[in-house]
Write a protein that binds this ligand. Structure first.
Ligand code: MF3
Ligand code: CO
Length: 297
């Protein structure tokens, strides 16, 4: 992760704010910039101005997020035993285009499909295939990422197929609680590390492990931006949160070891090293002046 220093305060109080709000700097971002500079001077990692979304960017990201949620809502009606993940990929692709968006995963760093679908011991980045048929008892993550009007959005949910064992159900529930507890840590002048701290504490309390090697990310203008978001952090560490930051909370919670392996053939599919199940939910959040706005879920 590259963490730049806060910008020098390069604006005068009565100038129009850099964010394009049309307000004077002193009535808009001056207070935020000053606080960021103060944290930076104390040696904390702080967000560069380029990561603080402007009001018009936030509007664009919100609209992209609405599509993203709509696509997941739509796909939830198709999560049944007997359906192949290839069919689900086709449905995500069609629905996204119908709504005027573009599936962000397709061709991203060579990724071959429009959505990631990860079943049971697959942690993330499962590639849809006609050979993967949903079965009774599966727990399945569908991770949808959308480009709309130049803005990116991302979210994922877990689905239970038919009758799922109690231990897998609990894993899915606790993984969701981890995201909710992470979201509760999101407010200005909190720290990115507080999120991971909340996540890992809850996961471990329930006997689960948290994947270390893969994290969340800033998002909005690009699919993956800074900051990188770890879920095994300590409180009061990492980047200081400031209004306008947008990032994902998407911890991967494992029933067994935290160790993961990447498929040597496709270079994408991430599975648990011990073959035990993994669960993940993903939300996108915006740090607002007084807390947090959940953009996707
Ligand atoms: N949606 C995934 C994430 O949360 C994106 C994986 S990259 C892809 O970051 F190419 F596999 F889509
Ligand atoms: Co993501």
């Amino acid at each position: 992760m590259t963490v730049e220093r806060a910008p020098l305060n390069d604006m005068s109080r009565n100038q129009e704010c850099w964010c394009g709000s049309g307000h004077k700097y002193k009535k808009c971002h001056q207070e935020i910039d000053d606080l960021i500079s103060r944290y930076a001077a104390k040696g904390y990692a702080t967000p560069p101005r380029s990561l603080l979304k402007t009001p018009s960017q936030i509007q664009g990201i919100r609209e992209s997020s609405k599509l993203n949620i709509g696509i997941l809502d739509f796909i939830s009606g198709h999560m049944k035993a007997g359906v192949s993940t290839q069919e689900l990929d086709q449905l995500v692709s069609q629905k996204t285009k119908e709504l005027g968006g573009i599936p962000a995963p397709l061709n991203y760093k060579g990724y071959p499909k429009s959505v990631c679908i990860s079943i049971n011991n697959v942690v993330c980045h499962g590639i849809p295939s006609g050979r993967d048929i949903l079965q009774d008892g599966d727990i399945v993550n569908v991770d949808v990422s959308t480009l709309y009007n130049g803005f990116f959005s991302d979210s994922s949910r877990m689905f239970l197929i038919g009758r799922v064992s109690a231990d897998k159900q609990k894993l899915v529930t606790v993984a969701k609680e981890c995201v909710e507890l992470g979201i509760q840590q999101v407010r200005p002048w909190s720290f990115l590390g507080n999120i991971g701290h909340a996540v890992k504490t809850h996961a471990r309390k329930n006997g689960y492990s948290v994947v270390k090697d893969i994290g969340g990310h800033g998002i909005g203008l690009q699919f993956h931006e800074d900051p990188w978001v770890s879920y095994v952090t300590r409180a009061k560490t990492g980047m200081v949160l400031a209004p306008g930051l947008v990032f994902t909370i998407e911890p991967m919670i494992n029933m067994g070891t935290a160790k993961v392996v990447v498929d040597k053939q496709d270079n994408w599919t991430v599975s648990t090293a011990d073959g035990k199940p993994s669960a993940q939910w993903e939300s996108m959040v915006l740090v607002t002046p007084d807390g947090c706005e959940v953009l996707t879920y």
